[in-house]
Structure formats: C-alpha cells, structure tokens
Write a protein that binds this ligand. Structure first.
Ligand code: FO1
Ligand code: CA
Ligand code: CA
Length: 306
C-alpha cells in the first residue's frame, strides 16, 4: 500500500501513473487552496485529482473539466460579479453539491469519498484535514488568498511571505495519519513545495507521523535547475528563503523525508543532497504524456527500495 501527499496540477500526473500500477493508493490532498466563490466551496486540489483519475480533467489547463462550458460564469458577469476564477458549468455542479452536503452537516472527507464513488475513482482520496487551512500570500500591496494572488493578479507582484492560516490548530484527518503509518512507501508528489505540500507539512500530526517513518518517505522534485517544471514554485521558495533547486527542496523536506528523486540534469546536486543524509535517485522527472507518467511511477515503485 502506498500513500501520496498531493497538490493539484503539479501532482496529478504522477498520481495517475501510480494508480495505473498499484492497486492500493491513498492520496492525501491539500486543502490550503480551497476557496469560497459565490457561496460555493471550491476545492481545486481535490477536484484536480478526482477529475484526473476519472479522465475528466482538462489536460491543457491542468484544472477544471475537459470540454466544459462557461454559461453560468457568463451569467454571473451579467449580474455584475467578478469572473476571474473560471468555474465551468459541470465543475460548478461539483462545488454546488459539495457546499450543500457541507451545509447538511457532512464533513469534507465523507463528501470526497462520495465524489470518488460518483466518478468511479478507486483511489482513496483523503483531505489532509476537515478543518480549514488557507494559504495566504503576502505581497508589497498586502495579503491575498492564494487564488487571488495567483489567478486574479496572475502572480505578478513580488512575494514577501507565505502563511497557512489555521494550520496550527487544524486536526489532521485520522485516516490520513493511518495512511502514512501503514504505508509501505509515502511519496511527496512533485507539487509546489510551499503551496501544495507545505500546508500539509505545517499540520503537527502529519509532520510528526512522517518524521517517524521518514526512511520510507520519497520526495519527487518539481524543479529542474532553478526553475519549476510548471507554476510559481521557484518564486515562492525564494520568498521563503529557500534555495530554488533540488538541494533547497531536500533541505526543506529533510525532517520528514530520507529519499529524493531528481532529474538526471540535476545530478551535480546529488553529492550535496547526500550530505543531508538523504538518498538520491536520478531519472527523467518531466511527464509530458501518459507514457512518461507511467515510467516515473514505475521507476519509483521498482527502483526505489525503502
Ligand atoms: N487556475 C487559474 O489559473 N485560472 C482559473 O480561472 C482557475 C479556475 C479554477 C476552477 C476550478 C478549479 O478547481 C481550479 C481552478 N484553477 C484556476 C486552478 C487552481 O486555482 C489552482 O489551485 C491554482 O492555480 C494554484 O495551484
Ligand atoms: Ca494547487
Ligand atoms: Ca505495510
């Protein structure tokens, strides 16, 4: 049994590769990106994994449903609402039914299980907590929700800091703690280390459980050289005072993780990372198609012995 800690867009390809090859996969999902929009509760990372595994994800964008339409959004515009967050019509149904279930007293874990059933997803997707965590980005113009910073303002302002509101008090999902405890291997997916994996590591119970089994924890780098394969990881790492390369990532994860997979192009960093008492594995980490997803997942499952 393997357990993956995952964000959305940066993580889904690896998760898909793993699910294709391993019968029992738990996915612990970040909730720091979750956002209230028009009274609807949007969970981008959970939905990206669910849609990705159900083969409904828009592959080009890396979020939302493929072939979705935007009539609902257009009507919200007519009503004078802001429409920078592009919720599609079918996607809106997901948020609406989730919000209704929350209002009827269900928790996010149960709702996510129900979603998985509806979308015929066999992996076990576990929100890291049922409490609220909000990733906030501090810029020179003030503090913004991650979605406001990244989507509304297109991530253009310099980042001064990153905060996880609610992470200190969040109770880890007991199922997530068990999924870490019982796993043969735990994988930190190549999501954004500050905004996808970071919020989950900030929860004490999660961090503690990972540190206990860190010999079994394998991180996959989302960077090649100083740049992220996609998204703003490098910018956030620099803002957090972390070297934006696989070494900085390894150092950031060193309390909770003993193994790191980096791109063969980064092999010059291997010795330096090994000096952190971590094992280093070199392979091709970009996943441009399903073949590459399967190849990386296969490498982890077959070549990395923990
Ligand atoms: N990302 C965007 O860059 N623009 C969007 O309009 C957008 C809409 C959206 C709708 C539903 C959903 O689940 C995700 C969506 N995302 C969008 C991606 C999401 O906000 C990501 O969490 C962030 O890009 C940060 O990783
Ligand atoms: Ca995300
Ligand atoms: Ca076991």
């Amino acid at each position: 049994m393997i357990t993956v800690l995952a964000g959305g867009t940066g993580s889904v390809k690896l998760v898909r590769g793993l699910v294709a090859q391993e019968s029992k996969v738990n996915v612990i999902s970040n909730v720091g990106d979750n956002y209230w929009l028009y009274g609807l509760y949007v969970c981008p990372d959970i939905d990206t994994i669910v849609y990705g595994l159900a083969d409904l994800l828009d592959q080009e964008r890396g979020w939302g449903m493929k072939k979705d339409t935007f009539n609902f959004l257009r009507q919200m515009e007519v009503f004078g609402e802001e429409t920078w967050f592009r919720v599609g019509d079918r996607d809106a149904a997901t948020h609406l039914i989730r919000t209704n279930m929350l209002k009827n007293g269900k928790n996010l874990s149960d709702i996510t299980k129900w979603m998985c059933e509806k979308f015929a997803v066999s992996a076990n997707i576990i929100p890291v907590t049922d409490n609220s965590i909000e990733t906030r980005i501090t810029t020179d113009k003030g503090e913004l929700h991650l979605q406001e910073y990244w989507v509304k303002h297109r991530g253009k302002d310099p980042v001064l800091g990153i905060q996880y509101i609610g992470a200190d008090k969040a109770r880890p999902n007991p199922e997530a703690v068990n999924a870490i405890h019982d796993a043969d291997m735990v994988i930190l997916a190549p999501g954004n280390p500050l905004t996808s994996i970071g919020p989950m590591l900030q929860i004490k119970g999660i961090r503690k459980e990972l540190s206990k089994i860190k010999k079994k924890v394998v991180a996959v780098s989302p960077l090649i050289g100083e740049n992220a394969i996609s998204g703003p990881a490098a910018k956030y790492m620099q803002a957090a005072g972390i070297e934006s390369n696989a070494y900085g990532l390894a150092k950031m994860y060193s309390d909770v993780c003993s193994n790191i997979i980096l791109d063969s192009k980064d092999r010059l960093l291997t010795k330096k990372i090994q000096s952190l008492d971590m094992r280093v594995f070199e392979t091709k980490i970009t996943m441009k198609n399903k073949l590459a997803e399967d190849a990386l997942a296969n490498f982890i499952l077959k070549q990395v012995h923990v």
